[in-house]
Write a protein of this length. Structure first.
Length: 118
């Protein structure tokens, strides 16, 4: 099982980034997908989620209207489009695959750094 995030980097306030998470080793279309983030000294927080069939999505209040989660089951990839970035969005962003089927299946990527700074 692998989840590989990409697309992070340094961006100025107000800018945009698109994170990608490429999955392999499991049936991607059967899993709910989530993006979490963790800033230095803070707990990991759930940013956005999308159900296995799409299109049901949920967002943290802090990113509503600015971030959009989407998925392409044919490519086994989940995306996080981030617009209007703020310095408070600076964190390591993690991709998570989750389902319950008899037991909990819970997979994580290695994370990608997003830094919002002028």
């Amino acid at each position: 099982v692998q989840l590989v995030e990409s697309g992070g980097g340094l961006v100025q306030p107000g800018g945009s980034l698109r994170l990608s998470c490429a999955a392999s080793g499991f049936t991607f279309s059967s899993y709910n997908m989530r993006w979490y983030r963790q800033a230095p000294g803070k707990e990991r927080e759930l940013v956005a989620s999308i159900t296995n069939g799409g299109p049901m999505t949920n967002y943290a209040d802090s990113v509503k209207g600015r971030f959009t989660i989407s998925r392409d089951n044919a490519k086994s990839t989940v995306y996080l489009q981030m617009n209007g970035l703020k310095p408070d969005d600076t964190a390591v962003y993690y991709c998570n695959a989750y389902r319950t089927y008899g037991r909990v299946y819970d997979y994580w990527g290695q994370g990608t750094q997003v830094t919002v700074s002028s």
